[in-house]
Design a protein around this ligand. Structure first.
Ligand code: PHE
Length: 359
């Protein structure tokens, strides 16, 4: 703003000395004026360049200046005029550029638009929930490589040499022969690594992606996700396993959930069982998800086979243990009722956006 009090009025009949002082005061005033808005600019223009501007008085005074000083004083007044003009032009550009920002549609005073937040993948949500449930009862989390050798994926887990999982039809082999490497078919391979590197008591779960050579359909995929658990200590019994799984089922599916165990077979556990949870969808009344049985299969489990403990150099006369393994997609299917496995890996945001409220 131009402060009117600071304007030095050019009085009539000033001596050349007085005139020079007036000019230098006005010059200082021009320099000190800050012009930010269109109004400031207009005030400045009227004062220094308008039809009744203060420089006009100075030119009038010039007539009375003695000839020997005329040239000098005249040049000073012209200089002052130049200063006022260039200050005006400069400020005009500045004010115009500020206005342009607004007229180009950008209103800097508007509140910012909300950033679109992504959401967690439903499988990550379920995986985290499983980890959370087991970590509450003392399980740690272990991870291992997705490309595995035969020993960790098969041999150390008591798979006989002719077991069908070792077949090309079931497993993706990367190299056959002496340096046989494959994409792991389960995360039991991670548990072998833990048993080799740690001493009991061991209480750990291994979440991760696994691969099987299957044709892709609604019910099968060439990769899926597992969380497998392992507990090794003195005197671990089948009752411990059953109680742990009941705790898990009730934490995951609600306090009313029941489990049942059916005898099964895995090379690395003996005895082995498959675990069903009471159908959470129809409350065991019978529906098409549980195929009118009232039960849903959720995992495989069993007591760690002594041969597996031997392979990991754990004394099977002192220690015993249980193991279990579940598919994350299967649990997600039951919680979210998403039947088609392909949806989990298609990255369709219309599908993924439905899980925004999940943690
Ligand atoms: N590894 C088994 C599978 O991939 C699951 C399992 C783990 C079964 C531990 C029993 C004990 O199907």
């Amino acid at each position: 703003m131009v402060d009117s009090k600071t304007i030095t009025k050019a009085k009539m009949l000033q001596s050349p000395m007085e005139l020079k002082e007036t000019i230098s005061n006005l010059s200082a005033e021009i320099k000190a004026t800050t012009i930010k808005t269109a109004e400031d600019l207009e005030t400045f223009r009227i004062k220094f360049l308008g039809s009744k501007n203060c420089l006009k008085d100075l030119y009038k005074e010039l007539k009375n200046v003695p000839n020997e000083n005329k040239k000098e004083v005249g040049q000073l007044i012209n200089g002052l005029k130049g200063e006022a003009e260039s200050k005006f032009e400069e400020s005009k550009k500045y004010v115009a550029s500020k206005n342009q920002t607004f007229s180009s549609g950008i209103d800097l005073t508007r509140p910012a638009e909300q950033l679109e937040l992504g959401s967690r993948h439903p499988l990550a949500v379920i995986r985290n929930e499983i980890i959370e449930i087991f970590s509450r009862i003392g399980f740690s989390v272990s991870e291992g490589p997705e490309i595995e050798d035969d020993w960790h994926n098969f041999s150390a887990l008591n798979f006989p040499p002719e077991h069908p999982a070792r077949d090309m039809q079931d497993t993706f082999f990367i190299e056959k022969g002496a340096n046989e490497m494959a994409l792991r078919t389960h995360t039991s391979s991670v548990q072998v690594r833990v048993m080799e590197n740690e001493k009991p008591p061991i209480r750990t779960i291994s979440p991760g992606r696994v691969y099987r050579n299957e044709a892709i359909s609604a019910r099968a995929h060439c990769f899926f996700h597992q969380v497998e658990g392992l507990y090794i200590d003195k005197n671990v019994s089948f009752a411990d396993l059953k109680q742990t799984l009941l705790y898990f089922a009730q934490e995951m599916f609600g306090g009313d959930a029941k489990i049942r165990l059916r005898p099964s077979y895995f090379p690395f556990t003996e005895p082995s069982a498959e675990v069903d949870v009471s159908c959470t969808i129809c409350k065991s009344e019978g529906c098409n998800v549980c195929k009118y049985t009232g039960w849903l299969e959720i995992l495989g489990c069993g007591m760690v086979d002594p041969n597996v403990l031997k392979s990991a150099k754990i004394d099977h006369n002192v220690y015993s243990g249980y193991a279990f393994g579940m598919g994350v997609e299967r649990i997600a299917q039951l919680k979210y009722r998403v039947g088609d496995l392909r949806l989990y890996s298609e990255n369709d945001v219309r599908f993924l956006n439905q899980f925004k409220s999940a943690f």
